[in-house]
Design a binder for this molecule. Sequence first.
Ligand code: ADP
Length: 226
Amino acid sequence: MSDPILKIQGLVKSYNTGRPNEVQVLRDCDLELFAGQVVSLVAPSGAGKSTLLHVAGLLDTPNGGLLQMSGKNMSAATDRVRTDMRLMKIGFIYQFHHLLPEFSAVENIMLPQLAAGSNDRQARARALQLLDKVGLSPRGNHRPSELSGGEQQRVAFCRALANAPDLLLADEPTGNLDPETSDHVFKLLMDLVRSTGMGALIATHNMELAAGMDRQIRLEKGKIFG
Ligand code: ADP
């Protein structure tokens, strides 16, 4: 069997390390996530979901334990290697879209591709193809402020997938939307993920959505269960 896309073992993450008010968020986390596997992460607010996603997404560094991506040790990797990995292999979706307001939908999706070395024509073609998949072809030239919440989030999905990552990490990706829009947009996200064969770790409060994923994990007292 091939290496998991993401493997964490004995992962530890604290804030204010060494101070009397140290917050130990992740105490001893283990997880293996494989290509094509969609895993839900459910836990109450403050349990450490965002922390786990940020550490797994190489946006933050752990204080201990093992973090591997496709068999490569990321705990000991240089900043350059981690940045490249983040750009080429990981897509991140937040609760709020975080699109750049002064750029159009197409341009927002082009930016990570240009950073990864695509030329303008390739990046635009890929952006248009992704927008088509989420039903937003006619809105490509619109800026985020001219789009609805659901549309903004669909553009953010396209941006996260722009460089065809192996791993998608999503932090309450539809948490900001009304229930009806949320269901529609979430289904779109699942279709996108399934059509690529990437692995995904998706934090959600919605038990129904979580139940539809391949595996459900939860965070309790800094450990992963499930
Ligand atoms: P969740 O996403 O499950 O709501 P978080 O990962 O955001 O939880 O936070 C987990 C805990 O870590 C909380 O107690 C939070 O206050 C604490 N925390 C998060 N980020 C920091 C930080 N930068 N410094 C100190 N404590 C933090």
